[in-house]
Ligand binder design. Structure first.
Ligand SMILES: N[C@@H](CCC(=O)N[C@@H](CS)C(=O)NCC(=O)O)C(=O)O
Length: 205
């Protein structure tokens, strides 16, 4: 399998999941400005949408969209319990979280990275994010992870998008449950490895 990623982007979520799952993979860096991969391919020929993450299976099939990719990966190694069984109530709860993170957090952060968006709009986005963090905080006050005591792919995704807070002076200590969640996830060996690998890939540039 190949994971097409960009250091620090939302592709960190499947990167963490691949390492949590213990699946063999090759991480291929994508230059999002030029849409070229580090191994010299035209990334738009792999994912016509031009964004990361994309997962290419050994038979050539490509899966895109972070929430779909992480569920696919979790289902390859059910024993790791990175997602509840397909069809179970708990699986729908996981999908509820993945969709919430995708639409209400990930895509609310995206305009903050866009230099063309006026500051007044960015302030509204930050207020909306603060509202959403306030909704997640009570959950993480009473349990270690989004779905309970077990780390899941939703936690990898939430950790990834929360990591962008530092770029926009959003102090997560306002929500102690969230701040402790970030520390808890950051201490996981698979997460340390993924962050380290992405930091090295960033330096190579
Ligand atoms: N809907 C996609 C969005 C992915 C996305 O926003 N990727 C960003 C990085 S976090 C990206 O590659 N942006 C570059 C671009 O759109 O050209 C998903 O959830 O996987």
């Amino acid at each position: 399998m190949k994971l097409f990623f960009s250091p620090g982007a939302c592709s960190l979520s499947p990167h963490i999941v691949l390492r949590e799952a213990g699946l063999p993979f090759e991480a291929v860096k994508v230059d999002l400005a030029t849409k070229q991969t580090a191994d010299g391919a035209d990334f738009k020929a792999i994912n016509p949408k031009g964004y990361v993450p994309a997962l290419q299976l050994d038979d050539g099939r490509v899966l895109t969209e972070g929430p779909a990719i992480v569920q696919y990966l979790a289902d390859q190694v059910p024993a790791k319990q990175l997602a509840p069984a397909s069809g179970s109530w708990e699986r729908y709860r996981l999908q509820e979280w993945l969709n919430f993170i995708s639409t209400e957090i990930h895509k609310q952060f995206s305009p903050l990275f866009n230099a063309a968006i006026p500051d007044a709009v960015k302030d509204l986005q930050k207020a909306k994010l603060a509202q959403r963090f306030g909704e997640i905080a009570p959950v993480l006050e009473k349990q270690d992870y989004l779905t309970g005591s077990q780390f899941s792919v939703a936690d990898a995704y939430l950790f990834t998008v929360l990591s962008w807070s530092k770029y926009f002076h959003i102090d997560l200590n306002q929500w102690p449950g969230i701040a402790r969640f970030v520390e808890r996830v950051a201490a996981r060996p698979a997460v340390i490895e993924a962050l380290d690998a992405e930091a090295k890939a960033k330096k190579i540039a």
